[in-house]
Write a protein that binds this ligand. Structure first.
Ligand SMILES: NC(=O)c1ccc[n+]([C@@H]2O[C@H](COP(=O)([O-])OP(=O)(O)OC[C@H]3O[C@@H](n4cnc5c(N)ncnc54)[C@H](O)[C@@H]3O)[C@@H](O)[C@H]2O)c1
Length: 314
């Protein structure tokens, strides 16, 4: 199959591209390295099934024009702003990199006659709900620009899917971690401890509790629901997650334990959120994805520990 992966030079994208190439697909990656890195994709450059375009996807006409002769069997749209705090300081960032990139991808699919779409959405679309999150929950009120741009993307995907008879799978990811992590709390803690092994600043009060999924589990689910189970006309939305969750202080403890930092003084910045727009606690209802035959292999704590061990080894 000929496949487009947007954001393929990023953390999750790189793992997906590797798996798609291993399965002998032809893979075209589009990224502009705002957050992804050239080194992430250097390992693919000698593969004759791999092609790379450096394009700002938010610029719809330029993106559609450069790819006008490409016919894709499926598009995995992963490009977005993943730096939520940066987006919080400037709403333009999520408008362009999270929302407009989606609009451009949909337009490319419409113009080029591509029917199959995978979209990487997020738990942030739910906003601050206290109940178990189900895919059918209504009254979605995101509290970050990022969450709003993803929800707006889902909405546009809905209409393009209906108007153009697309087959669409949307996964709402929780926090994703694993090898080659480029952002998030584990990344942040390991960098801070490298700079100061005696003290660790922890945003909030450490009680923020979220499910962390191991990236290779997530890739397994993406492949299953796009390539192994035939995609159907219309939209299927799944909470792709793990049943367990890990709080921030536990993450700090695992990082210190695995990396051998002893007697570290934790300095909490206070409050129950890491930053404005952060949802401090959530848990998914995973009935739908479990009933469809997929369950993550690692718990949230195992995913954290495995990620830190990978960082230590590399
Ligand atoms: N990592 C997580 O915990 C998590 C959680 C929920 C959802 N997601 C979603 O999964 C997807 C992948 O996330 P990730 O963690 O790999 O992030 P990432 O930042 O590592 O990857 C995103 C990629 O998109 C690229 N990109 C951004 N704007 C672009 C633009 N205008 N044109 C071209 N390329 C552009 C970046 O350069 C980067 O390589 C994103 O859509 C993200 O919102 C991630």
């Amino acid at each position: 199959m000929k496949i487009l992966v947007t954001g393929g030079a990023g953390f999750i994208g790189t793992h997906l591209v590797r798996e798609l190439l291993n399965r002998k697909n032809e893979v075209v990656v589009v990224d502009n390295f705002t957050l992804g890195h050239q080194e992430n994709v250097d390992c693919f450059k000698d593969n004759s099934n791999y092609k790379f375009y450096n394009i700002d996807i938010a610029k719809t006409e330029e993106f559609c024009d450069k790819l006008k002769d490409e016919k894709f069997d499926i598009v995995y749209h992963l490009a977005a702003n993943s730096d939520i705090q940066k987006g919080g300081r400037n709403p333009e960032v999520d408008y362009n990199d999270t929302f407009m990139t989606t609009r451009s991808v949909l337009e490319l699919m419409r113009r080029n006659g591509c029917k199959n779409l995978f979209f990487s959405s997020t738990s942030a679309v739910y906003g601050e709900k206290t109940e178990l999150l189900t895919e059918t929950a209504g009254d979605l009120k995101p509290i970050s620009y990022y969450g709003a741009a993803k929800l707006a993307s889902e909405s546009f995907i809905d209409s393009y899917t209906y108007m153009n008879d697309f087959n669409t799978v949307i996964f709402r990811f929780p926090n994703v971690i694993g090898p080659n992590l480029t952002h998030g709390v584990i990344y942040d803690f390991t960098r801070k401890l490298q700079n100061n092994p005696n003290e660790l600043e922890i945003l909030g009060d450490g009680s923020q509790t979220k499910p962390y999924i191991y990236v290779l589990d997530l890739i397994d689910a993406i492949i299953k629901f796009t390539l192994e189970i035939p995609m159907k006309q219309g939209i299927e939305i799944y909470n792709a997650g793990v049943e367990t969750a890990t709080n921030v202080t536990t993450i700090a403890n695992i990082v210190c334990e695995e990396l051998g930092y002893k007697n570290v003084k934790y300095n909490y910045t206070g409050g129950n959120v890491g930053w404005k727009g952060d949802v401090p606690k959530f848990q998914y209802d995973l009935t739908k994805i479990h009933n469809a035959g997929w369950t993550a292999s690692k718990t949230s704590d195992e995913a954290v520990r495995e990620t830190v061990r990978y960082i230590k080894e590399h």
